[in-house]
Design a protein around this ligand. Structure first.
Ligand code: GCU
Length: 674
């Protein structure tokens, strides 16, 4: 549907190579549906003026208006990869667009740029073909815009097929091996390219026994997936286990400084590249939640990452080394160990020690994708390391795609944060290694289980391309592309249910940045003390007198001091700490008065009543759109709203009752608390 503006028109495609063929195929498909014609240069007249649309990859020594970025024309070199998003004005992935004399001209200096230029035209719709348009250029802020699939090949007895997946089974793996029928993977690649994503990792960061073999004897299956993704400019990556030399190679050690181990990896990588010449690299979760890692051998994480970086470097690959390293065997009575501190404590001292093709992949918050966390201090602490920011598009802690929770504003806030000081670089600029999201898709017919969760996928891709974009404008784009004939009433309804959905979710779940309070294991639904006495380091410390974690330097764990000024000072004191993070940084009495003027406990009551009401209101708005949305789509969302409203009430009642009992302080407004 959304290709309608390109169909019905005359298009010249000018360039050669596999991605140009993809562009040609897309336009030909639109013409077959809606009329029009697509011509390849040389086929007929190539005078631009006789076309409505010209899509051109600039040739060497061409018109000169596209800069020297010709490295992008070659097939593999064009797929973007390490480092800056490419040389020249446009790089390999950028494009220029202008319109003169009735012709819209998209120029790219690399094939991927042409593909992104085509999708830009589609987003513009009829506006791409109106009046004149001065030349403007677009290029991504970062070369790596990646989705990590937490997919298992063999269904895991506890975690299922997609760890933290809420959209059915895996798109890639079925019945214990790669799908034979890859049509849907191709459609997925097309969807991702339209969002601006250019890399994916195809298996879970927790690498179990079966999945370990993807690196070696089962690489052919990965190659089949990579072949299907490649025409849309998407590079394939693999999660590997640090213990691979032992579990796959039969060596007695995985010590990163051992010569036999290094040789084993070099050879394994060489074979990977002979199967997948444009392979992106590895994702590694080491010494984290039970996964093997360099600590076993008394080596540092730089030693571990660099060993893999050395093996990948000759082939142009990257190692994505995750910073999610913490002690998951804590005792709640030990108030000095703080999980939030862990990534900084482990990695800040290693700044400057990582190889150029090693990327440190850091979760945006210091804990674990909670609905509200401060931005991780790690992001400002390693100026000599290539850092990537990881967000979680799959809604593990934000309603598991049964609740609507559009995360655009949360991600945007994190990307705009200036970790070093108020004046210096933003997270988006510090993230030279790229932006990564844990994927929220599966083989569900709506892709994301909850159809409205598609907005998170789209928003992530577009923010990764342009991190300072207004997320609300991106949401409008998503609405226009998903419902190309949407009336203003439908668009307004969609905005109404999505815009504030993150804050609504925050209101009825864990308050004031304290996090968790979820049911253990699967993490869905409320359990205020579910993790309170567990070894995972996720405590709120509520007792009869107060709640929150003291992370100040003066009396607490010292976490606040991991930030640069002015943040360290701001977070250090309960008087200046932003309300929404108060309980993340401070343990306070229930009667503590927030900057808003309310007491903590009254804030808890009010937000929980409001949050549940907002969920009911969203359900009502959605019901009112029934005549405007395709019935199956509407029904799926309506069914999920029933569960969201039920869940929001459950959260409200459990949280309010808990704090009424703990604090003994009644609701100032006398509402019923069960
Ligand atoms: C969370 C999540 C795990 C996941 C982990 C990770 O803790 O619950 O399923 O493995 O994050 O990011 O590695």
């Amino acid at each position: 549907e959304t290709f309608r503006p390109v169909g019905g028109r005359r298009t010249l495609v000018d360039g050669t190579g596999p991605l140009v063929d993809t562009v040609h195929g897309e336009v030909a498909y639109a013409c077959a549906q809606f009329g029009g014609e697509v011509v390849v240069r040389g086929e007929k007249s190539d005078a631009s003026s006789s076309y409505d649309l010209v899509l051109r990859v600039a040739e060497a020594g061409g018109s000169g208006d596209t800069g020297p970025g010709l490295e992008g024309v070659g097939e593999l070199g064009s797929l973007g990869g390490l480092g800056s998003p490419g040389d020249g004005e446009l790089g390999a992935e950028g494009f220029a667009i202008e319109r003169t004399d009735g012709t819209t001209i998209v120029t790219a200096s690399g094939q991927p740029g042409l593909l992104y230029g085509l999708f830009h035209v589609v987003r513009l719709g009829e506006n791409a073909f109106r009046g004149t348009r001065a030349r403007e250029t677009h290029r991504p802020a970062t070369a790596l815009r990646m989705l990590d699939h937490w997919d298992n090949v063999a269904v895991h007895p506890v975690m299922g097929q997609v760890e933290r997946g809420y959209a059915g089974g895996s798109l890639f793996w079925q019945n214990g091996c790669a799908r034979q029928e890859l049509e849907r993977v191709r459609a997925y690649a097309r969807l991702l390219a339209a969002c601006g994503i250019n890399s994916i990792s195809v298996n879970n960061v927790n690498v179990h026994e079966t999945e370990a073999h993807l690196l070696t004897d089962r690489i052919g299956e990965v190659a089949d997936i990579a072949r299907t993704l490649r025409p849309y400019g998407i590079r394939t990556h693999l999660s590997v286990t640090f213990a691979a030399p032992i579990v796959l190679g039969g060596l007695s050690t995985a010590d990163p400084l051992d010569e036999a181990v290094r040789g084993w990896w070099a050879e394994a990588v060489r074979k990977v590249y002979s199967a997948i010449p444009d392979f992106g690299g590895f994702v590694v979760k080491a010494d984290s939640e039970g996964q093997p890692g360099p600590f076993t051998y008394g080596r540092s994480h730089a030693d571990g990452a660099n060993m893999l970086a050395v093996a990948l470097a000759p082939h142009g690959g990257t190692v994505h080394w995750r910073a999610f390293v913490y002690d998951h065997r804590q005792d709640w009575r030990d108030r000095s160990t703080d999980r939030a501190r862990a990534a900084y404590d482990h990695f800040a001292p290693l700044d400057g020690k990582f190889a150029d093709n090693a990327v440190l992949q850091v979760k945006h918050g210091p804990m674990d994708f909670q609905v509200r966390e401060p931005v991780s201090p790690v992001l400002g602490a390693l100026p000599r390391t290539r850092v990537a920011v990881e967000v979680q598009s799959t809604q593990e802690y934000t309603g598991q795609q049964r609740h609507v929770c559009w995360l655009g504003p949360m991600w945007s806030e994190a990307l705009r944060f200036h970790p070093e000081s108020e004046q210096r670089l933003r997270v988006a600029e510090l993230a030279r290694g790229g932006l990564v999201a844990v994927a929220n898709v599966g083989d569900d017919p709506f892709w994301t289980g909850h159809p409205l969760a598609q907005a998170n996928l789209y928003t992530f891709g577009r923010l990764a391309w342009q991190p300072d974009a207004d997320p609300h404008r991106i949401l409008d784009e998503w609405i226009a592309l998903t419902f190309p004939t949407a009336s203003e009433r439908l668009a307004a309804g969609l905005r109404a249910v999505l815009h504030g959905s993150w804050r609504t979710y925050e209101k009825y779940t864990a308050p004031l940045g304290v996090g968790f309070m979820v049911q253990p294991g699967h993490h869905y639904g409320p359990s205020v003390d579910g993790y309170e006495y567990s070894p995972w380091g996720t405590y709120h410390f509520a007792d009869r007198d107060g709640i929150g974690v003291d992370r100040s330097a003066a009396t607490g764990t010292g976490y606040a001091a991991q930030y640069a000024k002015p943040w360290a000072e701001l977070f250090e004191s309960a008087a200046s700490c932003p309300d929404e993070l108060l309980l993340f940084f401070h343990h306070v009495p229930y009667g503590h008065v927030l900057r808003s003027g309310k007491t903590v406990v009254q804030h808890i009551y009010d937000t929980h009543f409001e949050g549940a009401e907002e969920a009911e209101e969203a359900r009502r708005v959605w019901a009112g759109l029934a005549d405007l949305v395709e019935p199956a789509w509407h029904a799926r969302v309506a069914e999920r709203y029933e569960e969201q409203v039920r869940g929001a009430r459950e959260w409200r009642d459990q949280v309010n009752s808990y704090f009424l009992r703990k604090s003994g302080i009644p609701d100032g407004r006398g509402r019923t608390i069960y």
